[in-house]
Write a protein that binds this ligand. Structure first.
Ligand code: CTP
Length: 404
């Protein structure tokens, strides 16, 4: 992750998450950025300007009235390649939304001509309040970038949405925004499915699987890193991603994944179906909790719609369709049958027999099957590197298709 030579103004507001900002500054500096810090009065009660001056190697400014600080606001806005407001409290968000200007941070924000990144931090109820929703939509409509909040423990003691993204994620978000190298997929939309699906039996039980979603998310990130606008249709996974070019559509079950995938496939140049979709679902979903009455419980399961096969049927020239195959026996034969049977351009064969490959691991070892080409076996490597290799092969395939 590089921010080499980038000039960043970091604005800190009054939120408990401000305690993470010295670490954020260190990460930004480590990534090669020059950092100048601004604090609101409230922020200075959560984190010390002295710590921030020390780690940023520049004076941290919290007061608009002293010295040249007031005049500096225009200069700072012009100096910066990016302004990052992290944490951004509900109060500051409301000010940014309305153009209020009563401190150095809001003054620099209004003068800035560079991209602005906002990492909100607040309690879940505040985050979900209609006024906050409206303020987020408004600041986004001005062209600012919102760094998604995380789900987790909040300062109130409650658990929910509203936590500031971790400093590592903020740096990743910025680095991805600035990485201008190699964007061969700029202007091409992609669809990626990832994660498991949950098929409800009753209000408290479901049929699911052990898929973590890591591989599909890594594919979405690799496509986005090459400039593609990605819709990630994500089943119930605890994994997260923060790339500005990835839009996440959350779904729970196979039918919802089918519907969401069909909604975007028409616009997509590339579709990679990495999700572990349930093949069967309960025919009936009980509205009440099923009680433990008899000694047996028989559930009748019926087939779900096969998303990959259905997209294979409507695929147009210029669209590249990639599926995954998870096999335990007769791997190559079964996976090749999926390649032809589902009209895919590539099947990524995952073997559960390989050490370090498959569900939950951070590494994977796959073989790529493509029509008319001998299978390509990739090494055991991180899921991120596996994803990059898969995407490179997709590019080659598309190149070969357009020059054929
Ligand atoms: N797939 C899908 N929709 C389904 C089932 C599977 O889109 N209802 C996709 C998966 O995302 C994957 C590919 O089909 O890209 C193969 O999935 P896999 O589970 O290996 O194969 P199945 O076709 O389900 O066949 P089987 O379970 O018999 O091996």
């Amino acid at each position: 992750m590089s921010l080499e030579g980038k000039k960043i103004v970091l604005g800190i507001t009054g939120s408990i998450a401000a305690y993470k900002t010295p670490h954020l500054v260190r990460l930004l500096v480590k990534a090669g950025a020059q950092v100048r810090v601004l604090l609101t009065g409230a922020a200075a009660t959560f984190v010390s300007p002295l710590s921030l001056s020390t780690v940023s190697k520049n004076p941290a400014i919290s007061d608009m009235s002293t010295g040249d600080n007031w005049n500096n606001h225009v200069e700072m806005g012009l100096w910066a390649d990016a302004m990052v407001i992290a944490p951004c409290s509900a109060n500051t968000l409301a000010k940014l939304s309305n153009g209020l200007c009563d401190n150095i941070l809001s003054a620099v924000y209004l003068s800035a001509r560079c991209p602005v990144f906002i990492a909100p931090a607040m309690d879940e109820d505040m985050w979900l309040h209609p006024s906050t929703r409206a303020n987020i939509a408004r600041v986004r409509s001005y062209g600012n970038h919102i760094i998604p909040v995380a789900h987790g423990e909040l300062a109130s003691g409650l658990t929910g949405e509203g936590r500031m993204a971790e400093p590592e994620e903020i740096v990743q978000f910025l680095a991805q925004f600035f990485s201008e190298t190699n964007k061969p997929l700029k202007g091409i939309r992609s669809l990626v499915t990832a994660g498991p699906t949950y098929e409800r039996i009753d209000p408290v039980r479901f049929i699911g699987n052990f898929s973590s979603g890591k591989m599909g998310i890594a594919i979405a990130e690799a496509l986005a890193a090459m400039g593609s606008n990605v819709t990630l249709v994500l089943g119930p996974s605890h994994e997260q991603t923060f790339h500005p070019l990835i839009t996440i559509a959350r779904v729970e079950n196979a039918q919802q994944m089918y519907d969401a995938s069909h909604r975007v496939f028409g616009e997509a140049g590339i579709a990679v179906l990495a999700a572990a979709v349930a093949d069967f679902r309960p025919e009936e979903q009980s509205t009440g909790k099923i009680k433990k009455t008899g000694n047996e419980l028989n559930l009748k399961l019926i087939k779900t719609n096969d998303i990959l096969a259905s997209l294979g049927k409507i695929k147009q020239p210029g669209q590249t369709l990639v599926g995954f195959a998870l096999e335990t026996d007769n791997e190559l034969v079964n996976a090749t049958a999926k390649l032809t049977g589902k009209n895919a351009d590539m099947i990524v064969l995952n073997s559960l027999q390989d050490e370090g490959a498959g569900f939950g691991h951070d590494t994977n070892k796959v073989t790529l099957l493509m029509p008319g080409i001998a299978p390509v076996s990739l090494l055991l490597q991180s899921k991120a590197d596996t994803a990059k290799a898969i995407v490179n092969h997709i590019l080659e395939l598309r190149h070969a298709q357009t020059t054929a």
